[in-house]
Design a protein around this ligand. Structure first.
Ligand code: MRU
Length: 475
């Protein structure tokens, strides 16, 4: 890693947003009126991410004001004022907006946006335990590796809360059962096991089994909150490192191609590949996104297009199979994708169809960037051949949103992910910098850098508890 790749992004000096009323309903899957929800989205987007995160951290008292400026400041302290003031530097974009978060806490419930229903309806889906979150993950109510990891952590914390007055042995058995259900819900994503292991390690530190159920609940919730806050900070850093890699075009917007969905719906916080796009927009770097529709589940056309529309980023949806044609025309300056699991050697599992994109990018000399937090990296997996690839139901291929598109009885293959060999990856963009081959050395160094950074006070605990206000700018 070069010095410039490792440099610290500019610190965000203002993370506060006002407390606001949250009119959303809490219990059960709720179908919101689409127009109302959309209006609410535009009204709330700017403060929502920070407000949600602060609520998650139990630091609502730290939140002092909400404005579009807050989102801009997070993404680009220097440029926030201009971009929000209306002198938008990206004339191609629509109304500057932001992304909304994939989940929020509401009392003893974790409320998810039901991603199965987007873009037609903004629907919320409520969970009260690790088991319910595991089911939601399996059913793709929430999907995307980083978001699943954060939701899993909060789900396990909810189970600890619900079990706080049970006997220690029953509590331990229930928590372990919930942890197993979460880890098995979708096996390819590294982030879920990573998050669950973090919480269970804290649990194990408290005793065998720990007696004080209230202490268990508090500690697990604190660890889950920390995971969420770390993600917000890490995505911001990652986005800045990613932006540094992208060329500035002399006479036209930068044109990037992306696959699947890597915005907040997939990542819980700013996002990875789409986080970079969002930062580009906010710093006035004209950018346009080609969005692979992402067969068979259509995360690109349903979710990425929806998020980019909300964010005011110009985009064009295309069939996955059109990517080669587009690259051959010279219309793609860079490919940005996420990751579900990155092996120690840099081989990367991501949404099915990522590997052929990487082959095409190599063929056409287009840089291919994997953008992922270190929570998606599993050094215990030596290479791509060791990554378990989730196989999903054939109906996702033979039917489109319930409508058959193949003769009845057709067999179908539906691997949810493929593994892209490291040699096809130009750089892996993480919160510790953009890493280049040989990836194993870079990844290990990035973990060291992350540990050192996070060990440094005030760290993330600053958002938790009564002292939150004084540390509100720390993350
Ligand atoms: O099956 P999904 O929708 O969970 O797959 C998601 C992806 O493949 C994403 O690209 C990946 O999780 C990275 S999200 C930053």
């Amino acid at each position: 890693m070069t010095e410039s790749e490792r440099r610290e992004p500019e610190p965000s000096d203002d993370r506060r947003a006002a407390e606001g009323t949250d009119e959303r309903r809490a219990n059960g899957p709720v179908i919101a009126d689409a127009d109302l929800a959309r209006r609410r989205f535009f009204r709330d987007f700017a403060g929502e991410l920070i407000r949600t995160a602060a609520t998650v951290a139990g630091a609502a008292s730290a939140i002092q004001r909400s404005s579009a400026r807050a989102a801009g400041v997070i993404l680009n302290p220097a440029g926030a004022v201009e971009s929000i003031a209306g002198e938008r530097a990206n004339p191609a974009a629509g109304t500057a907006a932001g992304f909304r978060t994939a989940f929020r806490m509401d009392g003893d419930r974790l409320v998810l946006i039901d991603q199965r229903r987007l873009p037609d309806q903004l629907v919320e889906y409520s969970c009260a335990s690790a088991g319910e979150v595991a089911q939601a993950i399996q059913d793709m109510v929430i999907r995307g590796a980083p978001a699943m990891g954060q939701a899993a952590a909060l789900g396990l914390a909810l189970t600890a809360h619900a079990m706080r007055d049970n006997t220690p042995f029953i509590r331990r058995a229930t928590l372990r059962g919930g942890a197993t259900a979460l880890v098995n819900a979708r096996p390819t994503a590294a982030n879920v096991r990573w998050a669950v292991d973090r919480l269970m390690a804290r649990f194990d530190e408290l005793g065998d089994p720990p007696d004080d159920g209230h202490a268990v609940a508090d500690v697990l919730r604190q660890e889950a909150d920390t995971i969420v806050f770390e993600a917000a900070a890490d995505h911001e850093r990652l986005a800045h490192f990613g932006l540094d890699l992208l060329p500035e075009m002399a006479d036209r917007p930068l044109q990037v191609l992306t696959h699947c969905n890597t915005g907040p719906l997939a990542c819980g916080q700013f996002g990875t590949a789409l986080g970079i796009v969002q930062v580009a927009l906010h710093v006035g770097r004209p950018i346009e996104v080609f969005v692979d529709e992402t067969r068979p589940y259509l995360q690109g056309s349903r979710l990425t297009a929806w998020e980019l529309a909300q964010a005011g980023v110009p985009y064009t949806v295309l069939a996955d199979s059109a990517a080669g044609w587009l690259m051959a025309r010279g219309d793609v300056d860079a490919v940005l994708v996420g990751a579900d699991r990155i092996a120690a050697n840099g081989d990367t599992a991501n949404k099915i169809g990522t590997y052929p994109l990487a082959v095409l990018a190599a063929r056409h000399g287009v840089p291919f960037y994997v953008c992922a937090p270190l929570s998606s990296v599993d050094l215990a997996t030596p290479d791509g051949s060791a990554i378990q690839i989730e196989q999903r139901a054939g109906e996702e291929v033979t039917a489109l949103r319930g409508i058959p598109i193949a003769p009845a009885g057709s067999r179908a293959l539906n691997p949810a992910f493929d593994a892209t060999p490291a040699e096809l990856i130009t750089a892996i963009v993480t919160e510790e910098g953009a890493l280049r081959s040989p990836f194993e050395i870079g990844l290990r160094g990035a973990f060291d850098a992350s540990r050192a950074r996070k060990a440094h006070p005030p760290a993330y605990a600053g958002f938790v508890g009564d002292e939150a206000t004084s540390h509100a700018g720390a993350v």
